[in-house]
Ligand binder design. Structure first.
Ligand code: ARG
Length: 388
């Protein structure tokens, strides 16, 4: 069940709630009660003068990590304390802001990829001042993502692909795996369209899919990129909204094998996988979809492993998430969760998540939120608690 929308809470109260949440994590060296009192006075003064308050570096670091920990839909949260937090809050004031931002993001992608041993990083850009346009945002959903054309590519990228083409993008090729360009929005006005990934082919690492036993599988010419870097969610820490704060984790294989390449409204590749593997697809009761799905997911895990690139599987990640919940419960900090997302799209009942219930209350002061795309004119609020 989707919880109801929380009421609007004043910024100073959300700052208070954030500091209290920090204090519930003594392992993270929180400020003392006395320090918090002093800090909250300072925060109240700054809000009165500017409409906003400025996070200290340690608040930004713990806050971004806590926002991840509070992300009800994420199965990978046991790693929350390892998140590397990069501070780019002033980059938009640089005279070469486009170039500096591209440099920050290419560094993020390279360092997060780390020769295949993927590291979680978040790059935090300027916060929103209430009542003012957002200093910086990006059009892209992820830093690395395939375009969607009429007949080819990722159907979920069709709208943004049309947007880029209107903005002047002329891709060198239009196939199933054409990487999208980057575009920033400055004070909610569009910047240039940069074909960074086409110009630097080494930046977006991709994995060609092979099957551990069936050589012909490679002939399907399926692939996916190694690094998911979400670029369109808002980070909120103690009430302060960072509309552009791209972050990455590593993939769980099913995201690629059971959704991106398999969903009928995405790449829809199960029929050809079944054909290639000689699976009888003459009627639904042969369970050809299920069989093809398993083999496609085996190919994803096998190929990432072979390339030496970090990828999770739903069994190990499920067990790690369950251990994380148990550890937090022991600390009297119950982990919130969204059951429908914590269950993998394959073999749910074989993971601990299926057999549990989760409280799906959304922590509103510090979290990641969906927001309308930067390139969409109207920005209606949906009333959904996962939405800003
Ligand atoms: N499901 C999205 C995709 O397939 C990525 C979401 C974030 N995933 C992650 N493992 N951090 O591209």
């Amino acid at each position: 069940m989707v919880p109801t929308k929380v009421e609007h809470v004043p910024l100073a109260s959300e700052a208070d709630a954030f500091l209290q949440a920090w204090r519930a994590h003594p392992e993270s060296d929180p400020p003392s009660e006395a320090d918090c009192k002093v800090r909250l006075k300072e925060i109240a003064k700054e809000i009165e003068e500017t409409g906003l308050y400025t996070h200290k570096p340690r608040e930004l670091e713990f806050g971004a990590r806590l926002a991840w920990k509070n992300s009800n839909r994420c199965i990978g949260r046991h790693l929350w304390r390892s998140l590397e937090v990069r501070d780019y809050r002033l980059v938009h004031t640089d005279s070469n802001r486009e170039g500096q931002t591209i440099e920050a993001l290419t560094s993020h992608v390279n360092n997060a990829y780390r020769d295949g041993k993927i590291k979680s990083i978040i790059s935090v850009f300027a916060p929103r001042t209430p009542g003012q346009p957002d200093p910086i945002r990006m059009a892209n959903h992820q830093l690395i993502r395939y375009a969607g054309f009429r007949e080819t590519g990722d159907p979920s990228s069709r709208a943004i692909t049309a947007h880029f083409r209107q903005a002047g993008w002329r891709p060198e090729k239009q196939d199933d795996f054409t990487l999208l360009p980057w575009q920033f929005y400055w004070d909610e006005k569009p910047g240039y369209v940069h074909d960074v990934l086409a110009e630097q082919p080494d930046l977006a690492k991709e994995v060609l899919l092979e099957h551990p036993e069936i050589a012909a599988f490679a002939g399907l010419e399926l692939k996916w990129y190694a690094l998911p870097v979400l670029a369109d969610m808002a980070l909120k820490i103690g009430g302060v909204v960072y509309p552009f704060a791209p972050f990455n984790g590593y993939y769980m294989g099913t995201e690629i094998g059971a959704r991106n390449l398999a969903d009928a409204d995405r790449y829809n590749r199960l029929p050809e996988v079944a054909k290639c593997l000689g699976i009888n697809a003459s009627n639904e009761r042969t369970l050809w979809r299920d069989r093809a799905l398993i083999e496609l997911n085996r190919a994803v895990l096998y190929s990432f492993d072979k390339a030496g690139i970090t990828v999770g599987d739903h069994h190990n990640l499920g067990a790690q998430f369950e251990a994380f919940c148990a550890h937090e419960t022991g600390k009297k900090r119950e982990v919130k969760g969204d059951w429908s997302w914590l269950n993998p799209p394959l073999s749910g009942p074989q993971t601990p998540q299926f057999h549990r219930e989760y409280d799906n209350t959304v922590c509103s002061h510090t979290n990641f939120f969906y927001q309308a795309p930067a390139w969409q004119q109207a920005k209606p609020s949906t009333g959904c608690p996962f939405h800003l």
